[in-house]
Write a protein that binds this ligand. Sequence first.
Ligand code: AMP
Length: 497
Amino acid sequence: MTDISTASELARDSFDSTPWDLEDDALHEECGIFGTIACKSAASIVALGLHALQHRGQEACGIISFDGDEFLAHRGIGHVSQVFNNQDIFAHLPGRMASGHVRYSTTGGAGLRNVQPLYAELAAGGFSIAHNGNISNAMTLKRDLVQKGSIFQSTSDTEVIIHLVATSRYPTLLDRFVDALRLIEGAYSLICMTAEGMIACRDPLGIRPLVMGRIGDAIFFSSETVGLDVVGAEFIREVEPGELIQVDHNGKISSHRPFGTPPARPCIFEHVYFSRPDSVMGGQSVYEVRKAIGKELAKEAPAPADLVIPVPDSGVPAAIGYAQESGIPFELGIIRSHYVGRTFIQPSDGARHADVKRKHNANRALIEGKRIVLIDDSIVRGTTSLKIVQMMRDAGASEVHMRIASPPTEHSCFYGVDTPERSKLLAARMDLAAMADFIQADSLAFVSIDGLYRAVGEEKRKPKCPQFCDACFSGDYPTRLTDLIEAGKAEGVKQPA
Ligand code: AMP
């Protein structure tokens, strides 16, 4: 399902949709964002950039462009290549400024009305917003806004920012925007557009990534450097945590620091799984970090095996590192079909289960009679590991040892990486021996949190002031989780005072 209309028509069209369920806690999103300004054929370049970020969200996508007069939108459910499947679409998205979004949502939030970028016509003019992250006090703010008369059109947490901007009493759009950001908690990398130009920013802790690049006068923002690579832009630098960058229609840049410079806490899971391995994040090659995690894992948890086998594709770099460190040969013992999407990023459990089977097949001739060590980046619910271990046994493996290139995922993420509620996380339910038993492996080990920190170039994790957000492993959340507290679900959750 796709539609073409001006952004304001889109905003009106979705007006009669069901209101956001204030009790619904399914607000998390995994997303990628891309934008450009002072760029010829901006919308088609944004589509290219979004294509490179497709792994960050496969359910829906959209682009809004600005032709100097009007904002125009095209959004739909599906991959970038499905939603932007012919050149005529770009004829309806003219202009030298555009931004786009790829999105995955958890159950309940998958309708077209939630597909970003969102757009609104405010008293101060047109305003579009593309958001990667999750606002941890969105429901609380929304409840307050609704009581004061705001009418929401989507169930997305991002819309809260639009209403806060709309109701702020500051005179300029930039001041209203900063005023809105001061009220929100959680993780946000944002690309916004107004008639004056583009505003890109990261939350004060820089939990979610955002980088900036250029080709001549054209400026680009992308969730990951791979987006810049694909459009041929030169990497300038990361948008700093807490930085707000304004770019006008001539490509002139100004930087603002409305939140001071608190110590950054970028998400460590971007290195473990989420980013593409050909991206550079925080100055580190994601691929090299993953290999280094594999090396740490081999030192910490050796396995008596004949072959190192990666779970494709997420386990490949760590398996190379494990093989290099241990001296055990690396082999492709599982072959992946390239015609099935990411296993995890499927909204329903049923779709996820069927996909694991369609996606992977054992390389029987290689496996038969061998002791193998399987490497994957993480265990969440345990679905993938259980099936892959079984697949290796069915293919005749004599021993199956499982090694995981991250610490146990014991806690939910409230910052835009979708993890299920805590009760569904295998590591929250079981100890190591029980987990090994559950996935039916001969042995199971995870890299330690300090091993992971060493792999990202730190000596060790600083317990009082961790260099990353590692809440999914440590339970140490760097921001307040107001909605969770309000819902009475924050028992035992560590948060800043
Ligand atoms: P599970 O089968 O639930 O244990 O999920 C583990 C698999 O999902 C691993 O192979 C990971 O590569 C992948 N994965 C882990 N975390 C995420 C996430 N937040 N989003 C998408 N995929 C993930």
